[in-house]
Design a protein around this ligand. Structure first.
Ligand SMILES: Nc1ncnc2c1ncn2[C@@H]1O[C@H](COP(=O)(O)OP(=O)(O)OP(=O)(O)O)[C@@H](O)[C@H]1O
Ligand SMILES: [Mg+2]
Length: 257
């Protein structure tokens, strides 16, 4: 023993910067962004439109290159996609010519897993997202919310360690959303996942997050990190829940005072 213990960080983002070139002009999205996420943590990212939430998730997923800085998963630098990171996109991006079942199983088939195991996994995750009866349907036959749930099942089926979720419940009706929030919490706990989820829904952030990361365009990255230490499963009507909600509303200058 060397006398001290190191906390194992599932994800370490250091000095990350990203800008886009639009019509010959450089548009910075963020600069010097630092964030450490522990294994098994549920981190929720909020922030105004255009503050770089999707860009940050895409860099973590390895779908976008940063200008400088680094992303490390369990101590290893990553700059391309990897099976330990699964992503649910802002729009579900299903393949319209494949059935729901095939859309969910596609990542598994690339891995040469036995067909019986693939079938079992796909059925289980379709059941989980409430689409057990739609395995043979095509994406064009689904509502927006149903398509988004297929996207969630597809990401979960590949069994990632880190789930990157870009407004995964944004298109759902209020009741399905609450049910899916509970399901996401349950899946996160059961599968010991690390979750990094973007949302515009403040109540959703307070319900799910261990920490809420507030991104800001003006400040070029992370403005604030708000820890949420309320016991789970959280009571949305409790005084403490309301207090965290108020803190967040103040961040966006949306509270009544
Ligand atoms: N491929 C791209 N080419 C040029 N600019 C881009 C590209 N992707 C994103 N941007 C710019 O980067 C900034 C951040 O975009 P991003 O999509 O990350 O924002 P966001 O926080 O996810 O917004 P929203 O809440 O609307 O989804 C925006 O100003 C956007 O115009
Ligand atoms: Mg976005």
């Amino acid at each position: 023993m060397d006398g001290y213990q190191r906390i194992a960080h599932s994800l370490e983002i250091k000095n990350l910067a990203k800008s886009f070139l639009i019509n010959g002009l450089i548009h910075p999205v963020f600069s010097c962004l630092d964030l450490e996420i522990e294994q098994g943590e549920f981190v929720v990212i909020v922030g105004e439109s255009g503050s770089g939430k999707t860009t940050l998730l895409r860099i973590i997923a390895g779908l976008e290159k940063a200008d400088h800085g680094s992303v490390a998963v369990a101590g290893k630098y990553v700059d391309s996609v990897g099976t330990e990171r699964g992503m649910v996109f802002q729009e579900p991006r299903l393949l319209p010519w494949l059935t729901v079942r095939k859309n969910v199983s596609i990542g598994l088939e690339l891995r040469k897993i036995p067909q019986t195991e693939i079938d079992r996994t796909v059925e289980a995750f379709l059941h989980l997202v409430g689409l057990a009866g739609f395995a043979s349907a095509y994406p064009g036959q689904l509502s927006g919310g149903m398509a988004q749930r297929v996207g969630i099942a597809r990401a979960l089926a590949t069994n990632p360690e880190i789930m990157l979720l870009d407004e995964p419940l944004g298109a759902l009706d209020a009741m399905t959303k609450i049910r899916m929030q509970r399901e996401l919490e349950r899946i996160w706990q059961e599968q010991a996942l690390t979750m990094i989820m973007v949302t515009h829904d403040i109540e959703e952030a307070v319900y799910l997050a261990d920490r809420i990361v507030v991104m800001s365009k003006e400040e070029g990255g992370i403005r604030e990190v708000i820890p949420v230490s309320l016991p789970r499963s959280r009571d949305r009507s409790s005084k403490q829940f309301g207090e965290v909600r108020e803190t967040l509303l103040r961040e966006f200058h949306l509270n009544a005072q």
